[in-house]
Design a protein. Structure first.
Length: 435
């Protein structure tokens, strides 16, 4: 049974490494489903996320003992999995980790079994020596040290440092390495908050509430997706940060007659609006299967004031011009704020990606500007950190569209709110641009 868990983790990690921007969530889900025992599932997620989160640190340990490096990526990934277990998982005895790694490597290349065994035994033996060597890196080059110890590409550390300073960047990066709690939003259109919390207790779920939004509940134990509470539509999955766009601007959304959500899937902000608005919402996404999923969730949650549609936000839709009180532009971004849940993001984004996402955001906002009525609002948001995609996009947008002004903009720092990193800008259309 255990070999299946590690083999699944090995296959997912290898596939993520081999492709640029693979859909890691879909991959994880595919292999997750093949594991029947909840304990195996938990270990599988722990290993995949752990290896992706701490890849640089694991490689430092491995390369310290395998001084010529490990050229075969498959063998390297077996070693990373085992080294992660040795460093981070107290519950698994060291001998079991080494045995499992040897069995796994045997099925890949049996000639490498002795090598893997020797590397892992050396890591166990030389742990203190390796830690001391790493401390010496800290004394000579702090950024190199952080890039290894916290395991982030150096460009990302430097990029965030430019935006927030080094001290804040370290706090952010440390927090993004922690494990997220399962976060859900109560569907207040179907059930009262107190009644829902009682039902949670009756069903044996332990929970805590988010400070900034008491309708966001952190589930501490159990798989709530398999519950009747989910099937009844009493909640949907959403991070605290994502819920704050509507929560912090409730009056705007309550009074809006027509709302357009340009990049809506999986639907979090649309659902937040649908709970409170007296008007209607058109929810678009470019991805057809995501729109189908959104549609299914609308039925499950019982919202009848939302029209889902497949639509590309970069293409101007003449029918939308001047029609909306609010446009939600929760745009494609690098996603650095979500690294706790999607650690592969650490390794598959570049500075060029950030630049081109900034440009894409401006293109979509150019269209959004036309869809909003005079006096209306665009809520521009991302789940990323760093000025280029956030403050700079908002700044460049109002430079291009003099009829808009920035009412406020705010970065939700993950280490402060204990949630994803996020950015919100409220942009009001004051009147027609002068010719
Ligand atoms: C950050 S997610 C949106 C999250 C969503 N607003 C929520 O609260 O659940 C970005 C979404 O943008 C969609 N997307 C990417 N490019 C797009 C485009 N050109 N037009 C419309 N949607 C797009 C993606 O499919 C993805 O679902």
């Amino acid at each position: 049974m255990k070999i299946n868990t590690r083999r699944s983790a090995f296959l997912v990690i290898s596939e993520i490494e081999n492709k640029k921007n693979p859909n890691a969530d879909t991959l994880m889900e595919k292999y997750h489903r093949t594991l029947k025992d909840p304990k195996d599932r938990k270990l599988f997620v722990e290993i995949v996320h752990g290896v992706l989160k701490f890849k640089n640190l694991l490689d430092y340990y491995i390369n310290f003992v395998a001084t010529k490096g490990v050229k075969d990526k498959r063998i390297l990934n077996v070693l990373r999995i085992a080294t992660y277990e040795l460093m981070f998982l107290d519950r698994i005895p060291e001998y079991a980790t080494v045995d499992e790694a040897c069995s796994l490597v045997e099925s890949i290349n049996k000639h490498q079994k002795g090598f893997v065994n020797a590397v892992l035994r050396n890591i166990i033996r030389k742990k203190d020596e390796i830690e001391k060597a790493l401390e010496r890196v800290k004394e000579t080059n702090l950024k190199d040290f952080l890039s290894i110890k916290l395991s982030y590409p150096k460009f990302l550390i430097e990029y965030l440092e430019q935006s927030y300073g080094l001290e804040k960047t370290i706090k952010i990066l440390e927090f993004l390495n922690t494990k997220p709690l399962q976060s859900i939003k109560i569907n207040t259109k179907k059930i009262d908050r107190e009644d829902f919390l009682k039902k949670l207790e009756l069903n044996g779920y332990k929970y805590t509430l988010a400070e900034e939004n008491s309708e966001i509940v952190y589930i501490l134990s159990g798989n709530i997706k398999d519950s009747d509470l989910y099937r009844e539509g009493y909640f949907y999955f959403q991070d605290l940060a994502s819920s704050l766009v509507v929560k912090w601007n409730k009056e705007d959304f309550e009074s809006a007659g027509a709302i357009l959500d340009l990049c809506a899937a999986p639907g979090g902000k649309t659902f937040n609006c649908a709970e409170i608005t007296k008007g209607f919402i058109i929810s678009c996404d470019v991805n057809k299967s995501k729109v189908d999923l959104l549609r299914n969730n609308l039925v499950r949650l019982g919202f009848d004031n939302v029209v889902p549609a497949q639509s590309d936000a970069t293409i101007l839709n003449e029918d939308f011009i001047d029609k909306f009180d609010i446009v939600i532009a929760d745009l494609p971004c690098a996603g650095f704020g979500t690294i706790r849940k999607k650690p592969d993001i650490k390794w598959n984004k570049t500075l060029e990606d950030i630049e081109s996402l900034h440009e894409l955001q401006l293109r979509i906002l150019d269209n959004a500007a036309k869809y909003v009525k005079d006096g209306g609002i665009i809520f521009y948001s991302t789940c990323t950190l760093g000025h280029k995609e956030n403050e700079d996009t908002a700044k460049d947008f109002v430079k291009r569209h003099k009829e808009f002004s920035i009412v406020y903009q705010k970065t939700i720092f993950p280490d402060e709110y204990q949630c994803d990193g996020f950015f919100i800008a409220k942009l009001r259309k004051e009147g027609k641009e002068e010719a």
